[in-house]
Design a protein around this ligand. Structure first.
Ligand code: NDP
Length: 385
């Protein structure tokens, strides 16, 4: 029986992970769950899966959660400190890192420090602190298995291969809802349009990131840290059908790809059961019905945020943390209709130009860069308003 801690259990990845657990009660057991604000869903999940502890980060909702869990023996923790305590003190085998944003970093580091394996969806953790995560992971001998569909695809393509035989990683990108929208129309894009992803049903932040294509840039950085492949050997190709989830090219010019219909349950399940594969009732690709698979280069001028992420990968140090935090703020403000879609890259770029630049940063440096960028971008937006 594998004991799991699901951090971010009320989100899109968390809910999908719990659906897999529901289908395999003989293999997995839930030790702890967490949410930011959604006390109602967290309580329902806790009453169904009976974890030892739950944590709610928004302390204003905690009394409500305690009321809903009254009469059970489930321990209720709160705030970011509670999240770190839960990651450190509870005894589980694997963390499902499904928190959105850099808020996932500290609990992930705590889980690694206490020897838990990580099934990682929370790409921002690797973007802001990839080197720190890798160093700790090696020191504590834990496994880090990607959930992100592209990285799961790359991971699956590499099983049985020697790292030195890899020539190139090719990440596929759907291109999002504005792939064919002329850039002149970007200033009129509404929140509702940006939230309508053509292929994937995901949380709001990653859906906006997919519309600006910064999501693919975050994934390139994530791939660098996960697989130790140099930046100039990682490429992005637009593939609007989202059937080929990513590819690895080897030194003999052979290319391996992983294919499937777009459903996050497949990579989540693979991360939970690796190295085994478990059965499920999901549909597979029907090659006869597939009319065509297209691939073409991304337009880096139109999707400027993608270029910014490649710039951050070239510099590394604290620059990706600044870029990521700036992006988290602008996405939040765009969702609140306080800035325009077209203005997103300019705020990120300005933060990257002016932000702290430290090579081989410590955790404190990374957290400070994150804090700086959040304040800087928030001030910029408020001033312009
Ligand atoms: P959601 O927004 O759907 O869920 C996020 C989860 O994190 C929720 O449980 C939320 O709680 C919690 N949360 C939000 N903010 C905080 C915070 N500040 N502190 C602690 N917990 C917080 O996100 P997704 O499930 O879509 O994405 C999660 C991660 O997985 C992201 O990093 C994303 O990039 C990555 N990912 C997601 C994919 C997808 O298909 N959704 C695909 C590949 C990667 P509450 O519900 O209370 O707000």
């Amino acid at each position: 029986m594998k004991r799991l801690g699901i951090f971010g259990s009320t989100g899109s990845i968390g809910v999908n992970a719990l659906e897999i657990l529901r289908a395999h009660p003989d293999r997995f057991q839930v030790t702890c769950l967490s949410a930011n604000r959604n006390s109602e869903l967290l309580a329902r999940q806790a009453l169904e899966f009976r974890p030892e502890a739950v944590c709610l980060c928004d302390e204003g909702q905690v009394e409500e959660l305690k009321r809903r869990l009254a009469g059970t023996r489930i321990r209720v923790l709160q705030g970011q400190a509670g999240l770190a305590t839960m990651a450190r003190e509870l005894a589980f085998d694997m963390m499902v890192g499904a928190i959105v944003g850099s808020a996932g970093l500290v609990p992930t580091l705590e889980a690694i420090r206490t020897g838990k394996d990580i099934a990682l969806a929370n790409k921002e953790t690797l973007v802001v602190a990839g080197e720190i995560v890798n160093e700790l992971k090696t020191r504590h001998g834990v496994k880090l298995i990607p959930i992100d569909s592209e990285h799961s695809a790359l991971f699956q393509c590499m099983v049985g291969e020697r790292p030195e035989t890899i020539r190139r990683l090719i990440l596929t990108a759907s291109g999002g809802p504005f792939l064919f929208t002329p850039s002149e129309e970007f200033e009129h894009i509404t929140v509702e349009q940006a939230l309508r992803h053509p292929n994937w049903n995901m949380g709001a932040k990653i859906t906006i990131d997919s519309a600006t294509l910064i999501n693919k840039g975050l994934e390139v950085i994530e791939a660098h840290w996960l697989f130790g492949v140099e930046p100039d050997k990682i490429e992005v190709v637009i593939h609007p059908q989202s059937i080929v989830h990513s590819m690895v090219e080897f030194v003999d010019s052979s290319v391996k790809a992983q294919l499937g219909l777009p459903d996050m349950k497949v990579p989540i399940q693979y991360a939970l059961s690796y190295p085994e594969r478990m059965r499920n009732g999901l549909e597979a690709v029907d090659f006869v019905k597939l009319k065509q698979l297209d691939f073409f280069a991304p337009d880096r001028q139109k999707f400027r945020s993608l270029s910014l992420a490649f710039d951050a990968l070239k510099e590394l140090g604290t620059v990706p943390a600044v870029m990521n935090a700036a992006n988290e703020v602008v996405v939040d403000r765009f969702l609140k209709k306080q800035i325009r879609f077209a203005d997103i890259p300019a705020y990120i770029e300005e933060a990257m130009e002016r932000g702290p630049r430290k090579t081989r940063p410590s955790l404190e440096d990374v957290l400070e860069a994150d804090r700086w960028a959040r304040e800087f971008v928030a001030r910029r937006i408020d001033r312009r308003a």
